[in-house]
Ligand binder design. Sequence first.
Ligand SMILES: Cc1cc2nc3c(=O)[nH]c(=O)nc-3n(C[C@H](O)[C@H](O)[C@H](O)COP(=O)(O)OP(=O)(O)OC[C@H]3O[C@@H](n4cnc5c(N)ncnc54)[C@H](O)[C@@H]3O)c2cc1C
Length: 300
Amino acid sequence: MDIRVDRVLTALKGLEIKCNVPLSSLTSFRIGGPAAMVLRPHSAEDIRRTIQSCSQFGCPYCVLGNGTNVLAPDAGYPGMVIRLDTPLTTPLFVDTTVTCPAGTSLSVLARESVGMHLMGLETLSGIPGTVGGAVAMNAGAYGSEIRHIIKSVRILKSGRVLDVETKKTDFGDRTSAYSSPSVIVLSATFQLEHDDGGAKERMLETTRQRKEKQPLSLPSAGSVFKRPKGRFAGALIENCGLKGYSVGGAQVSPLHAGFIVNTGKATEKDVLDLIALIQQRVFDETGVRLEREIKLMREL
Ligand SMILES: Cc1cc2nc3c(=O)[nH]c(=O)nc-3n(C[C@H](O)[C@H](O)[C@H](O)COP(=O)(O)OP(=O)(O)OC[C@H]3O[C@@H](n4cnc5c(N)ncnc54)[C@H](O)[C@@H]3O)c2cc1C
């Protein structure tokens, strides 16, 4: 065992840490070799201690929610994955606000909000990530984004827990100021509105559209590319004749060309090679540079 891993494990005795966990089981692409260590934290203090020990012993660490926007390396990850995918408390509704832990499923939160006769989250209900991952990515769908409804966040930054009122300018195109490794989202508060009577219908309609238009039966990480201004990545890729095109086990989805699916045995390299090929072909034929939305684990 890597000496750094050994030292971190010794320093963090008592925390819920598993060793040699396949990243394919932690990411929706179902790709990736073993992570040396995976922590399921039970408190902010667990996370703080873990980061401190990893930093002390020179061991890499990263944060994952549901792993639905991440491509993991075939060779695995030599350090600690801090996995924030389990809510430690249930959402707390106060009038038209709701506060929940980072590990809360965004879909569950959206459904509960609709059940509480609140609107604002309903069109995000089909995004398969956690609240922490959605805040980090400024996730959005069907005209709505996290930045439109977020009010404040509790974060861990430089070893301190801070409560921060968010600003619209903290959020960009599938990016935000609240993303690991510099910031870890512990919980988030959303400002919703009283339901106008149509929230449930909008939620059901967006779910129906996703089932019809997205390849939900195969592993993927959602849209691979950010939406270029005034265009759709999927349409550009389709018009270049790449729908259904494969590299190894990675395929441009025949249903939605904005998605790359893992048809069974895709490797990280297959996906990266396919991404590079798509970017080059779309640029050559249209002059549009497609920017990758999905994150590589080595960038986290
Ligand atoms: C079928 C499918 C459909 C999708 N549809 C959409 C869509 O409509 N719109 C959309 O925006 N996205 C979509 N996605 C992508 C993805 O679900 C979102 O980006 C989601 O917000 C990622 O959340 P996650 O918990 O899975 O984060 P992860 O993939 O685990 O992590 C994503 C990034 O967030 C960081 N992060 C995670 N948790 C935290 C935390 N607590 N604090 C700080 N940083 C953190 C990670 O380090 C990483 O950089 C889709 C994905 C799939 C597979």
